[in-house]
Design a protein around this ligand. Sequence first.
Ligand code: DMJ
Length: 643
Amino acid sequence: MTTPALLPLSGRRLPPLNLGASAFPHHRATLRLSEKFILLLILSAFITLCFGAFFFLPDSSKHKRFDLGLEDVLIPHVDTSKGGKNLGGFLIHGQGHDEHRHREEEERLRNKIRADHEKALEEAKEKLKKSRDEIQAEIQTEKNKVVQELKKKDSKPLPPVPLPNLIGINSGEPADLDIREKRNKIKEMMKHAWDNYRQYGWGHNELKPIARKGHSTNIFGNSQMGATIVDALDTLYIMGLHDEFREGQEWIDKNLDFSVNSEVSVFEVNIRFIGGLLAAYYLSGQEVFKIKAVQLAGKLLPAFNTPTGIPWAMVNLKSGVGRNWGWASAGSSILAEFGTLHMEFVHLSYLTGDPVYYNKVMHIRKLLQKMDRPNGLYPNYLNPRTGRWGQHHTSVGGLGDSFYEYLLKAWLMSDKMDTEARKMYDDAIEAIEKHLIRKSNGGLTFIGEWKNGHLERKMGHLTCFAGGMFALGADGSRDDKAGHYLQLGAEIAHTCHESYDRTTLKLGPEAFKFDGGVEAVAVRQNEKYYILRPEVIETYWYMWRFTHDPKYRQWGWEAAQAIDKYCRVSGGFSGVKDVYSSSPTYDDVQQSFFLAETLKYLYLLFSNDDLLPLDNWVFNTEAHPLPVLHLANTTLSGNPAYR
Ligand code: DMJ
């Protein structure tokens, strides 16, 4: 019989067996006599070799090679005090008294090997009598068995865990008619984005709304993992688009497969896929999302196999081989990438009872805590081989942003128990305020970037998320500076609104300067684009929740109208290349985060606060809501806050 372990598991076709018809005329295809003879010759040579090896190899190697149940003879031990003889870690008991037993064992072994080989020979003979079709049918049966076993293993139910208290999964419908209409308009925009993706890009990662076909970028490697479906699920759910949600669920159930030979970004896959699947699980209770999230997380774990435990930026989902982006300072990993895994990984440990995920992210935190920080700032680059910082660039925008966000959110999602994370957040924000936050001549508060010892007076669209972060972190801040941080959040929101308001399209550029008489305006052509990003609207929403100042709803509505006017095309929504041009050109990409974040934050801005209240839910950096975990009684080793 062919053993399952030797069967090919891939879908590749087996090479045809060369079976002639002459020897066994009653079979359609049989072996020629000469071939049979050669096969038998090879088999007997192999048997002779095995016998030879058994008799001529030294004792210890014999025992190691043939693991045939010699536990009673070889006992792992290092203590020689009881009369035994220690041979390389194995203790052989009293030589004289066991000599007879030893001979018996050898005899038993010899008989067993003889019997095994005779059996193998018989089986080989039987096989040679079979037709090619019979052999292939047998192989197929064995193959199916293995696939079934693997499937069973994959879909093993996870241990049951009490679901956290899930408050606020309701409609959040506003009483005010005008607000309700605005909210309905956002829902209609979501439908337009989804329906077109459904029609033209289904199963692809993203959509090209003008070419009307699928799209992908290097963050997803060459995979087709339906990023838009996974990213959009929870937005569909909270908008009450349940048919669309079910379509997405069905696709995920049937098609989402992570065994692909594709090199993906660990960070992006974590925030979009694991975050999206976990949020969909918590909102809907459908097990399939949890199972897929855990399967995917298993595929990301090899990325942590570096000398320091700081993960590679990319990992091949099939081979587990990792590497870093070629452009990152001297082979470094990126702060915003390895520092934005905490929320999802703690939830994975919570849901599976397996501490492996938690331990990985806590290890990163511990390592960062031990390192010196220039001026108290975290550089964006860290070498995973040496554990040393790369270039001393610090940013609250690209390359740094969500690391700070996750320190704060780690504290919030632990029901404020993880005070270590809160302290790291407070320390980092103090250094950022001191070295990176300035007021422009025109009175606009901005957050610049630190590059090799000097401050670059430029702010990215990505940095605009920080307004919301300051507001979210105001409560519980050091020295009771809640008012100060809420004010800082409001000032950043204002600056970012100005960056929109000073353009022709009323949409914000990718980066804007505060230098040489320029205020909140992009200077370089390659910084004038808007790619449907959410950060400014995200800050409006947090500011709305904490202040209820109607200007935030008004600013959000301005942005929604501009998106609908300038980014909407008949095949979906597209980014634009120049927000200062009255006849903009399209980039022809409908980003998955447009459905995950931009439209979700807009919808929440025009909903009541009891839809996903911030006391009970913490949004990951891709706007996927995860519930606050009450971990006080849960044992997650490593952090005293959790004990
Ligand atoms: C999103 O994927 C996430 O918000 C991430 O943290 C950075 N920015 C993009 C959208 O702009």
